[in-house]
Design a protein around this ligand. Structure first.
Ligand code: S3P
Length: 432
């Protein structure tokens, strides 16, 4: 169990190259595995979650080469996976579990997925319900709607699913099962969640389309498919990882950081809108597009921030960044209100609780609510012992909080950053 000590600093300067996007890395291995031909992935995220996805597809018979400069996935085609000899270990990864459920539901063999304690306590009823209504046979082995999940063969038919939550994992699970169904499948969600599955499946040759309705809801349709075809994928930098260094530059006096190659897909870039609403000085440079995914270099300068309100359809576009935003709000002048974010309760930890505990320990004024939190900014933070509860985003958000706190901040179980950003502490230390 590792511990990191963080001390206050000033003047963070330099260039940071952000590692590959976690959501896009997962999808590139999954879709490459069920496509015909060899998919070449560059700037893949070598985080523990994405390595769990590689490991699972290897157990399903896919040859995946991890070269220093790229990953080669020698796809088996839509019906070419083989029965695993073992339980599929999904580690800490909700994305692996939920998206793979959609793929495994369409196979003619039985498989079992299980993960760590946190993963095995996260809700899987949200994917079991729509997938089983398509004709899948997914059961929760302990009968608690959580993993371990057993997935037995079933004949899938298309459904029109009205999802109660704006969740890309739920949407993607149903769309992936739709590849194996006997008719068109649609998923309507209350607000548009990240659309990487729709963009990437289209480039692999799937018949998929999506629309956003005037009331803010969004529907994606997919037709059954004969085969997908291998692609070259250049994974953009992960905005969820960039968020920590965006915040560091904004909060640490005298800072100026150039954060390179950040994915700014609008379904992910809510944090940039929030930063703008809080008065941040961020300039977009070198804007590009790879496979429908826009990227930019972000020049971020120390700024005087003020409070804001974050709610409604913005929430899915920044859900993973809320721990970091909460720390920014504690520094900002005035009140920040975060609502409509009950999904925070079912992440790697209950992030309403873990953010509240950490910020209170550092002396901030925060009130948890049923679907978010209210933060009265402007109190100076003091260093504290922060328990990460093995949640990578809590460990990183509070490491950044420690850069401006008075005295030392200690992050317990800091190795959990490996889930999404193994180089996080090395990069942070290189700036000081
Ligand atoms: C993800 C979707 C989000 C996000 C998670 C990754 C994905 O989860 O929190 O880190 O890759 O589809 P939900 O779909 O549950 O909101």
């Amino acid at each position: 169990m590792s511990v990191k000590k963080i001390n206050p600093t000033t003047n963070l300067k330099g260039k940071i190259h952000i590692p590959g996007d976690k959501s896009i890395s997962h999808r590139s291995v999954m879709f490459g595995s069920i496509a015909l031909g060899t998919t070449e992935i560059t700037h893949f995220l070598n985080g523990a979650d994405c390595l769990s996805t590689i490991d699972c597809f290897r157990k399903l018979g896919v040859d995946i080469e991890q070269r220093p400069d790229c990953i080669l996935v020698h796809g088996k085609g839509l019906h070419g996976l083989s029965a695993p000899a073992d339980i599929l270990n999904v580690g800490n990864s909700g994305t692996t579990t939920r998206l793979m459920s959609g793929i495994l539901a369409g196979q003619d063999f039985t498989s079992v997925m299980s993960g760590d304690d946190s993963l095995n306590s996260r809700p899987m009823g949200r994917i079991m319900k729509p997938l089983n209504s398509m004709g899948a046979h997914i059961t929760s082995i302990h009968g608690n709607n959580c993993a371990p999940l057993k997935i037995e063969p079933g004949n899938l038919h298309g459904i029109d699913y009205q999802s109660p939550v704006a969740s890309a994992q739920v949407k993607s699970a149903v769309l992936l099962a739709g590849l194996y169904a006997d008719g068109t499948t649609s998923v309507t969600e209350p607000a548009l969640s990240r659309n990487h599955t729709e963009l990437m499946l289209k480039s692999f040759g799937a018949d998929i389309s999506s629309i956003q309705h005037t009331d803010g809801t969004a529907t994606a349709h997919i037709a059954p498919c004969k085969e997908l075809y291998a692609q070259k994928i250049q994974v953009p930098g992960d905005i969820s990882s960039a968020a920590y260094f965006i915040a560091a530059a904004l909060l640490v006096p005298g800072s100026e950081l150039l954060i390179q190659n950040v994915g700014i897909n609008p379904t992910r870039a809510g944090i940039l809108e929030v930063c703008q609403n809080m008065g941040a000085d961020i300039t977009y440079l070198n804007q590009k597009n790879a496979g429908g995914e826009p990227t930019a270099d972000l020049l971020v300068k120390y700024s005087h921030l003020h409070g804001t309100t974050i709610k409604g359809s913005m929430i899915p576009t920044l859900i993973d960044e809320i721990p970091m935003i909460a720390v920014m709000a504690a520094h900002a002048e005035g009140t920040t209100v975060i609502k409509d974010a009950a999904e925070l309760k079912v992440k790697e930890t209950n992030r309403i609780d873990t953010v509240t505990e950490g910020l209170k320990a550092m002396g901030a004024e925060i009130t948890p609510t049923d679907d978010g939190m209210i933060i009265e900014g402007g109190t100076s933070l003091t260093g504290a012992h922060i328990q990460s509860y093995l949640d990578h985003r809590i460990a990183m958000a509070f490491a950044i909080a420690g850069l401006t706190a008075q005295g030392e901040t200690i992050i317990e179980n800091s190795q959990c950053v490996d889930v999404s950003y193994p180089e996080f502490f090395t990069t942070l230390e290189s700036l000081q």
